[in-house]
Design a protein around this ligand. Sequence first.
Ligand SMILES: NC(=O)c1ccc[n+]([C@@H]2O[C@H](COP(=O)([O-])OP(=O)(O)OC[C@H]3O[C@@H](n4cnc5c(N)ncnc54)[C@H](O)[C@@H]3O)[C@@H](O)[C@H]2O)c1
Length: 435
Amino acid sequence: MRIAIIGTGYVGLVSGVCLAEFGHDVVCIDKAAEKIVQLQRGEVPIFEPGLDELISRNVSAGRLHFTTEVAEPVGNADVVFLAVGTPSRKSDGHADLTYVFAAAREVAAAVRGFTVIVTKSTVPVGTGDQLERIIREANPDADVAVVSNPEFLREGAAIDDFMAPDRVVVGMNDDRARSIMAEVYGALDPVRHPVLFTSRRTAELTKYAANAFLALKLAYINEIADLCEQVGANVQDVSRGMGLDSRIGLKFLNAGPGYGGSCFPKDTLALVKTAQDHNAPIRLIETIVGINETRKRAMARKVERAVGGELRGKTIGILGLTFKPDTDDIRESPALSIVQALLDKGATLKAHDPEGMPAARHVMPELSYHDDVDAVAAEADALVIITEWKQFRSLDLARLKNMMKSPVLVDLRNIYTPSEARKHGFVYESVGRAE
Ligand SMILES: NC(=O)c1ccc[n+]([C@@H]2O[C@H](COP(=O)([O-])OP(=O)(O)OC[C@H]3O[C@@H](n4cnc5c(N)ncnc54)[C@H](O)[C@@H]3O)[C@@H](O)[C@H]2O)c1
């Protein structure tokens, strides 16, 4: 298959590289010229484990190309994936489809012969219908099928998720596209990695239903954690006791500072808006959107309590800024809200993150950034673990205690146990564990 991908970000780049690994001939396209120049030089613009090796292998094999030009690769393509961003619209929280529509117009002008146009971007139900209209207006002669193929990969494990997915969802209303999409994913073992063919609207909605459900699980265990703190129970044991029930499952039951990232916050909000517009409001998700937002700032109050009730004049060391480990992505990271709340309360902040600091410097210029944990701990009144990077799982607490002004550890990811932190003389706060 000849494949063109519009948008070479976290999803477009990983999808493109993995589709090339499947054996297809792939051109990744992006408007951001500096990104394309980097990729053409053999540099990888994002941090994603295993990505650099896979890119260089497929570039060397001649199956993977990068360009800013749309016309030629789209004209030659059997399948064009749209993988541009769909952020929250500032005015009302709906998904902003500006980039998707603009990309579709460009593609419409460039297609030659029958072409399958696939939305990989997360788009609200009904977007495929709108795209058909836009493409017809832009190029009445275009012979296209618009397909929905939402992406479920997780940053940090993106390659495995794409190459060995739990399932692939493909929604279409045009039978001509079915055999082409089956060939796109033909390298996958159909028993272990099934491709689910549905209607287009069903596929679009499945993505939001899945993400909102995962967010719901997190919001739920976070509220159970708050109750644990009040009644003297341990949320990690509650999670295990619940999650070993195969109907529930252990995943997404780790209590923490609130969900973040480039997907859950915007996708839950967009689902809420879509459901309201169709007069079928999903109250559960409306509720968790609010709960999650307030939770992040509430974490700053936890820090405040741990240092004795006053943050003004205190120096707080932040460990972890990305929304999860193994990515450099800080979009909608809980760290952004927690940091802002700590700054509002007058704290001075020092921070370290293994991969997130370049992006963080742009949006959080008030922090001082340090290359290692020691520099953050030195003379700090407290350390706050926000992201569970593996580097933070085996801190030398005895040594850190001696470097700090006061030994306070606020562990928002429950990495340590209260007993081991206290054994080293720390005042220790975590999430949902009274003891
Ligand atoms: N990041 C994730 O983990 C993830 C997972 C599943 C689904 N998604 C969805 O995938 C989509 C993309 O997300 P992302 O994280 O990869 O975004 P991103 O911001 O990393 O990448 C989008 C890219 O598209 C480019 N772009 C925008 N308009 C363009 C145009 N007209 N022509 C060429 N390039 C253009 C941008 O320059 C950018 O590089 C979103 O809808 C998101 O919800 C993301």
